[in-house]
Design a protein around this ligand. Sequence first.
Ligand code: ADP
Ligand code: MG
Length: 313
Amino acid sequence: MSLIVIAIGGNAILNPEKGNPKEQQELIDRTCREIAQIISVGHDVVLTHGNGPQIGNILTMQEECGLVHPQPLDICGAQTQGMLGYSLQQSLINMLWGIGVKKDVVTILTQVIVEGSCCSFGNPTKPIGLYYTEERAKMMMARGVKMIQDKKGYRRVVPSPDPLEIVEEIAIKKLISEGVTVIAAGGGGIPVIRNNGLLVGVEAVIDKDLTASLVAKDIGADTLLILTDVENAALNYGKSNQVDLHEITVSQGERYIKERHFGKGSMEPKVLAAIGFIKSGGKLAIISSLDKALDALAGNAGTRIIGGYLKVD
Ligand code: ADP
Ligand code: MG
């Protein structure tokens, strides 16, 4: 029996063009059907998920409504953990029970401690939510919202500090030891700091791949499986000389990061998360797509990141 931390992207559960509840449910069911298959062949699973599109939607609702006080980002993050946790938990129970696997599934609202003095607080860089016109962006910036401009327009930017510690780590371990399938650290976790011994939420969004890596390390998982919308991490991505990677060592991964092969904020954090897990003693990290999850675990798909040196045949 092996313990696997599975990280799925926020886009796997909300397609920005297909936001209606029925279509969303279909996406969630498709995701949970695959995860139920992984559990049914004997793996213990801790599931974690992104929340980019969902937290973007909450911020848009706050922005457009103007009638109620906007909530800080830790509260918005907690909202996404609750709503996505509910949907995933319900769908996963339905899928598992449907194939005769009588397991409990529980979502844990998970707080993650970040470095309070982290440089990213002074200079936020992670873009989230909708694009705004210059006129609208200027009004928002006058209210203190930090924004950046790119080719498509203006977007809100927030700090994205590194995750240091999972507050609910022991509770997660207890549930796993009881055979419960746990959904935890959604959206990278609710960002908090310790202030005079007390936990306090902060205005930030944590990268979900880095948090998944920390969860996998803390609970002693055998495998970190990061599922996204491409089957492999690639070199020269999107170019005519693209090369899909099948198995790389930590040192190769580090070299490819230096050579800037992986998109910042998309593929790079996944490779960093995989490297971090292996360096902390994990056996295997895999990056692949949802529909190839089982094949990837069997060694027949995806990009595997392993320790040591690659053997030469
Ligand atoms: P998720 O929501 O699963 O975290 P992201 O959009 O953040 O998904 O990351 C996956 C995306 O990373 C892919 O759709 C792909 O466009 C992009 N990407 C950037 N660089 C690479 C690369 N070198 N190899 C493969 N995909 C890459
Ligand atoms: Mg991502």
